[in-house]
Design a protein around this ligand. Structure first.
Ligand code: ACM
Length: 261
C-alpha cells in the first residue's frame, strides 16, 4: 500500500483555497492512502468559538464533497482534518473519504491548549476502517500524548494510524518510535509547516511529518519548514504479528486486570 504524507501550509481562513491546494498536492503523486494535517482546510489558531463556527463545515459542505470527489478521481483514500459543525456543536475532526463513497468521521478526543475553549471534546471513539486489505485507524495530534489513543486503535486492529497533526512541540515525531514499537503498528504523523500570528500570540508548527514502521524504522521524514508530499510503499500485514519472539506476543500476554483503568 502506497502511503502519502501531505505536509502543507494552510492559509488561515481560506477554506476553498486550502481545499484546492490540498487536492492538487494529492494529484501530484500517486498513492493508495493520503494523510493530510489537522484542520488542514481552515488553519489552526482560532480566536473565538464564533470564528470556528464561521469557518466550520457540516459533513454535507461543498468542500467535503470536493475531497470525496478527489478520492473517487484518484481511486484512493484521503484522510484530512477540518473544523466540523454538527448542530450547535463544533468539533476538531478528521474525515476519511474513500473511492467507494464511504466516509469515516473521527472527532478529536484530547483537545490541546485553546482548542478546549472553542471545540467540544470528541465523542466518536477511535475508528478503524478497512481499505485495500489494510486496517486504518484515525487520531488527531495531541491524542498522541495519551498512550491509550494509539493502544486502543491497535487493540481494535489498526495496522496504520493516520495521525493528522498541527504540532507545536518537538516531542511527537520522536515519541512515535515508542508508540509504533509498543503497538507494532505503522504510524503516519502528518504535520503542517509555517506559523500563525493571531492577535498577540504566534504559533510555529514543527513540520517533519514521519512514517514509522512497527519495528521503529523511520521510513519517511519530511522537511522542517517547507511543504512536501512524501510517499512510501508499505506492507500493512507487518503490523499483524504482535510476537517479538516465540515467547512474547505483546498483545496476547497483556494482563489488563493488573492495570489501572
Ligand atoms: C495539537 O493537538 N494540535 C498540538
Amino acid at each position: 500500500m502506497k502511503v502519502a504524507l501531505v505536509q502543507c501550509k494552510p492559509v488561515f481562513g481560506d477554506r476553498d483555497g486550502n481545499t484546492e491546494r490540498l487536492i492538487s498536492s494529492c494529484r501530484s503523486t500517486p498513492a493508495d492512502l493520503y494523510v493530510l494535517p489537522e484542520l488542514a482546510t481552515t488553519g489552526y489558531q482560532f480566536v473565538s468559538a464564533g470564528e470556528v463556527r464561521e469557518l466550520s463545515d457540516e459533513i454535507t459542505s461543498p468542500r467535503i464533497a470536493a475531497f470525496a470527489a478527489a478520492a473517487r478521481e484518484l481511486d484512493a483514500a484521503i484522510v484530512f482534518g477540518f473544523a466540523e459543525r454538527s448542530g450547535e456543536k463544533l468539533f476538531n475532526a478528521s474525515l476519511a473519504v474513500l473511492p467507494d463513497g464511504r466516509a469515516i468521521l473521527y472527532r478529536k478526543t484530547h483537545l490541546f491548549y485553546k482548542e478546549t475553549l472553542y471545540f467540544h471534546p470528541g465523542d466518536t471513539g477511535f475508528p478503524v476502517f478497512e481499505f485495500r486489505g489494510a486496517r486504518i485507524g484515525m487520531a488527531i495530534c495531541f491524542d498522541w500524548f495519551f498512550p491509550e489513543s494509539f493502544r486502543t486503535l491497535a487493540l481494535n486492529g489498526a495496522e496504520i494510524i493516520a495521525h493528522s497533526s498541527n504540532l507545536v512541540m518537538p516531542y511527537c515525531q520522536r515519541a512515535d518510535f515508542a508508540a509504533a514499537v509498543q503497538n507494532r503498528v505503522f504510524i503516519a504523523t502528518v504535520n503542517r509547516v509555517g506559523a500563525e500570528q493571531r492577535e498577540d500570540e504566534r504559533l510555529e508548527f514543527t513540520g517533519e511529518s514521519v512514517l514509522v514502521s512497527p519495528k521503529g524504522e523511520y521510513l519517511l521524514r519530511g522537511p522542517r519548514k517547507s511543504e512536501a508530499v512524501l510517499v512510501v510503499d508499505i506492507d500493512p500485514s507487518e503490523a499483524r504479528n504482535k510476537a517479538i519472539n516465540p515467547y512474547n506476543n505483546v498483545f496476547a500476554m497483556r494482563r489488563p486486570h493488573l492495570y489501572c483503568t
